[in-house]
Design a protein around this ligand. Structure first.
Ligand code: C2E
Ligand code: MG
Ligand code: MG
Length: 626
């Protein structure tokens, strides 16, 4: 046997061993760079006069060096990111053409013109580069042999390259497939953020690193208020677009987060290790809640707004694992939500006790209607000039088995938070109409409705059914809404209000003057009645500004043809001033307190009154002035 054949067989055996070693490394999930470095070293052992380099080509067609253990790092760094092209050295050109490129003299070859100085610093004179192709023929990288002399590759070297290229293709394709599988398992497909599985996998590593560096980690638990109703009213496509826009803002507001995951429909979790001391967490929380609360333009025709609550817990002080930190961040989140105002809160031990109390309260609220603990009181609304009662506002009362009578301002937010508001709202509507059906037909009934009810798709239908069941003429029902209704999803709110109007129901703007853009709200919908908030009425006699505000609301009402009712009228002086300003109707303790309807039997024609209202009849002060 000739010497060269013996050597050839020897190389063949070595290549088989290398192939086996590389495939084992790939199969056992070694990082791609490690596998490629190993392959370079082994290839250089069988081709001792060659310097090996393996480069990946990314999806944008840029070179991404993977391994070249015999070349200096700065050389690989200089190549990193180069775009493949017809004159981009041996590798960039081979990747571009999809075929091997043999450059025998780097110094003179036009394909190296831009890079020959770089090569000269390292030393090689020639370079043979072959494209690495995926199964489907896509170029995923290059495999190159550099030579110290100006010469072509030998036949043996070309054979070695062939085998190595094949191994590279397997390794790179496998790596890409692993990446895809990982993405599927760990990524939320809608937003591209991590999912819960990713959080569970990555979070402990973040804590380990922070602990080693003696740093704090903050967990920001973000929840969107009102997302569910937007999704229900606007459809999932709009909901999805909104979530993507939210994701974009989270990414911007929290650019250096260690991880960001989407945990549920509208829940996000961000983990961030301190960089400049704990104070930065406060700044991030503020930036997050501000950025996410800005209006969203979903497409040219639609603007949405969501409330945002952020709860924050810190490692190590609040807990030392994911469960504890998430639980505490959730507690802080609940605290923000129950406050009824968007914003953020940090966990404190005191919150835990409050959370337990709140949960118990929410549980109680959700059974209150079924347990027969809810009732309605009625407060008269009178003509400001004649004193004649025009109708009643129904106000809800909850007789809590332990706390006694609880005012609605306290339990309505809890009912909204736990979803009980639907059932409670339907109860109020039914009960109020049932009462009204027994009154003379000139008396109307006003019912308060919270935004959470109104934006539900079938609210108008609920009203329609309740009207039919009671037999009350729709014109006798007035729905009272507040401006907060228009903050989240003005379009849906308007649709529902228009449907109510179409039924013949009237709509009043409650607590007017306290919202953020009262005039804008008035322009957007033809409210039948404006209710001046009682805070202005309370102050108007002693405070010129309050009196001026009331006066301008009156003029506004007259100008746009809306009737105005003042609430919270407590004194004859207030009534007198309101009359002089042209107020149409009044409501308040002076006229009558919110009481069980039997107390107003002389007005409603029901059974005899059981006790005094503000005296035996309606307040004599009212009738006296009339
Ligand atoms: P609102 O609709 O503005 O109701 C007027 C509130 O002012 C009532 O408080 C009433 O008791 C009180 N009030 C009436 N006259 C006077 C007065 O002369 N002086 C003073 N200081 N207060 C007066 P209440 O019953 O505690 O209701 C508070 C709020 O709770 C209501 O404000 C309304 O927004 C909400 N609410 C009440 N019932 C319901 C309901 O059935 N459903 C919904 N969603 N919300 C309700
Ligand atoms: Mg009201
Ligand atoms: Mg009010």
């Amino acid at each position: 046997m000739s010497g060269s054949r013996a050597r050839s067989r020897d190389v063949e055996n070595r290549l088989k061993d290398i192939q086996h070693e590389i495939l084992v490394a790939v199969a056992s999930g070694e990082p791609l760079v490690d596998v490629m470095t190993l392959l370079c070293r082994r290839a250089e052992e069988v081709a001792p006069n060659a310097i090996c380099s393996i480069i990946a080509v990314d999806s944008e067609g840029r070179l991404r060096p993977l391994a070249a253990p015999a070349l200096p790092d700065w050389y690989s760094a200089a190549i990193d990111g180069l775009l493949t092209g017809p004159l981009t050295g041996s590798c960039g050109t081979a990747a571009y053409l999809g075929e091997p490129v043999e450059v025998v003299n780097i110094r003179t070859d036009p394909r190296w013109a831009d890079y020959k100085d770089l090569a000269a610093k390292v030393g090689p004179k020639a370079c043979w580069s072959s494209p690495i192709k995926s199964h489907g023929g896509r170029v995923v990288g290059t495999f190159a042999f550099y030579f110290r002399r100006s010469r072509p590759a030998s036949r043996l070297e070309k054979r070695i390259v062939d085998r190595c290229v094949h191994l590279c293709a397997i390794a790179i394709e496998n790596w890409e497939a692993q990446g895809r599988i990982r993405r599927l398992a760990f990524e939320d497909p809608l937003t591209g953020l991590g999912n819960r599985a990713m959080l569970v996998e990555e979070f402990p590593k973040i804590l380990d690193r922070a602990q080693a560096a003696g740093k704090e980690v903050a967990v920001f638990y973000v929840d969107l208020n009102g997302f569910r109703t937007i999704n229900a009213a606007r459809g999932h496509k709009v909901g999805d677009q909104l979530l993507c826009a939210v994701t974009e803002r989270i990414r911007k507001a929290c650019a250096n987060a260690d991880l960001t995951a989407r945990l549920g429909a509208d829940e996000f979790l961000i983990a961030k290790t301190e960089e400049h001391g704990g104070a930065e967490f406060e700044a991030i929380a503020a930036a997050l809640s501000m950025a996410l609360s800005e209006r969203y333009s979903i497409d040219a025709a639609m603007e949405l707004k969501v409330g945002v609550s952020v709860g924050i817990a810190r490692f190590p002080q609040d807990g030392d694992d994911l469960d504890a930190l998430m639980g505490h961040a959730d507690t802080a989140l609940g605290q923000v939500k129950s406050s009824g105002r968007p914003g953020y809160a940090f966990y404190t031990a005191k919150l835990d006790a409050e959370r337990r109390a709140r949960r118990a309260f929410e549980r109680d609220v959700s059974v209150a209607a079924a347990a027969g603990q809810l009732s309605l009181v009625f407060q008269p609304q009178a003509d400001a000039h004649t004193g004649a009662i025009k109708g009643f506002e129904a106000l809800l009362r909850w007789n809590h088995p332990i706390h006694g009578f609880v005012p609605p301002a306290k339990f309505i937010p809890a009912a909204e938070a736990c979803g009980a508001i639907d059932a409670i709202g339907a109860f109020v509507l039914r009960r109020a109409l049932e009462q009204a059906s027994k009154w003379p037909s000139h008396l109307r009934v006003a019912v308060n409705v919270s935004p959470a009810q109104i934006v539900l798709a079938d609210f108008a239908h609920v009203v329609e059914r309740a009207l039919q069941e009671s037999g009350v003429d729709p014109s006798r029902l007035e729905i009272e809404v507040t401006e907060s209704l228009f903050i989240y999803d003005a379009d849906t709110a308007l649709q529902t209000l228009n449907r109510l109007k179409a039924l013949g129901v009237s709509v009043a703007m409650d607590d007017f003057g306290t919202g953020y853009s009262s005039l804008g709200t008035l322009r957007s919908f033809p409210f039948d009645r404006i209710k001046i908030d009682r805070s202005f009425v309370g102050d108007m006699v002693s405070n010129k500004d309050a009196a001026a505000i009331v006066n301008s609301i009156m003029s506004l009402g007259r100008a746009i043809g809306r009737r105005v009712i003042a609430e919270g009228v407590e004194t004859p002086a207030q009534l007198d001033l309101l009359r002089r300003q042209g107020c149409n109707e009044v409501q308040g303790y002076l006229i009558g307190k919110p009481l069980p309807i039997e107390h107003y039997a002389d007005v409603t024609g029901g059974a005899e009154p059981r006790g005094a209202v503000n005296g035996d009849r309606l307040d004599p002060a009212v009738t006296a002035v009339v």
